[in-house]
Design a protein around this ligand. Structure first.
Ligand code: 5AD
Length: 338
């Protein structure tokens, strides 16, 4: 009994220090492990921060996965360049615009363009970004990989608002092992994205092979240091046709706890409840909203392309508009009105 009480006191004290911005790794490590009623307390505090920061309405994003070509060889991802079992596609400007119109018709005001690291997508942006801005006037969010600073500058000048470049892990050795490029280069890109004027999204993956538990706290601390506008976390999902195809799924509770800690540390930031949560646990995305998230990404990639965009395995959970509205309703939250 007394052990429970002392644990209780410790958890409360850890949350209290985070709320006061006395950010200690030991507290984050303790909170990452909480379960049961302590976890519920962490989630309650995260929701309180979200409400107090005016961030308790849900933003919907519409994602279009515009190309599955990728120059990188990330070991966890099936659209990696060395995967020969992939049938490639790249959408045309007209295809992208048609889907962008569809997103807008659904009343969604954030058009999210994602692809592998594909130089031809950089060229496509020359036409796509100005057209979306002029014809639809929505927010444009990009997730197109690592580029020289002038490319990010160009995206911004064309009208892009924000860019997601997750660091996946803060551990430089592990990063290089999983991505085959240095973490320092990726972090430099993240700084450039902010410097040119775009909003920045970062994030990590929970459950990579050989990921030290301590590094999960460092991932959160790196997020704080970068001062991003969006912070995301996803459980690791094994992809077929990758060297990690038999690795177990990342821990669901540690992922939710990371989201709640991120909410406490980032106040009003956008924190998505990712589709991978739904894939590994029934109503997992709803639990993400309860842990402090405030963004849902709805997938507008047509089914034929979706099958080929094999990030998160062939049987990934694809978020529909109906599913998103359903979990918002169940969470008791409301949508941001656009
Ligand atoms: N498991 C978890 N997250 C993944 N991502 C890609 N593949 C996986 C996977 N197998 C995430 C990465 C990447 C984003 C586009 O999707 O964080 O940055």
């Amino acid at each position: 009994m007394s052990a429970i009480f002392s644990n209780n006191t410790d958890v409360f004290a850890s949350i209290e220090r985070l709320l006061k911005r006395q950010v200690e790794k030991a507290d984050i490590l303790r909170l990452l492990k909480v379960t049961g009623e302590f976890q519920q307390e962490l989630f309650r505090q995260a929701r309180a921060v979200r409400a107090a920061s005016g961030a308790d309405k849900v933003h919907l994003r519409g994602v279009i996965e515009i190309s599955n070509y990728c120059q990188k060889s990330c070991v966890y991802c099936a659209i990696r360049a060395p995967n020969k079992n992939i049938s490639h596609y790249r959408m045309s400007v007209d295809e992208i615009m048609e889907l962008a119109y569809k997103i807008k018709e659904f009343g969604i005001n954030i058009i999210f363009l994602q692809s592998g690291q594909d130089p031809k997508c950089v060229d496509l942006m020359e036409e796509v970004i100005p057209r979306i801005k002029q014809e639809l006037n929505t927010t444009i969010l990009l997730c197109l990989g690592e580029w020289p600073k002038i490319v990010y500058q160009r995206f911004y000048d064309l009208g892009a608002d924000s860019y997601i470049l997750k660091y996946e892990t803060s551990d430089p050795e592990l990063y290089e092992k999983i991505a085959h490029t240095p973490l320092s280069g990726r972090l430099e890109c993240a700084r450039w994205i902010k410097e040119v004027g775009m909003k920045l999204g970062v994030g990590n993956i929970v459950g990579l092979p050989d990921q030290p538990f301590e590094s999960l706290a460092e991932d959160i601390l790196l997020g704080v240091a970068l001062q991003p506008d969006f912070v995301s976390v996803s459980p690791f999902i094994a992809n077929q046709d990758t060297p990690f195809e038999n690795v177990p799924t990342g821990d669901f509770n540690i992922t939710l706890n990371t989201m709640a800690i991120n909410r406490i540390l980032h106040n009003a930031s956008l924190i998505p409840t990712v589709s991978a949560l739904e894939k590994i646990y029934p109503e997992g995305q709803l639990m993400g909203l309860n842990a402090g998230a405030n963004v849902i990404t709805i997938n507008f990639t047509p089914p034929d392309y979706q099958k080929k965009y094999k990030i998160y395995s062939k049987d990934r959970f694809v978020v529909t508009h109906e599913h998103a509205l359903n979990i918002i309703d169940k969470s008791g939250m409301q949508r941001v009105q656009v």
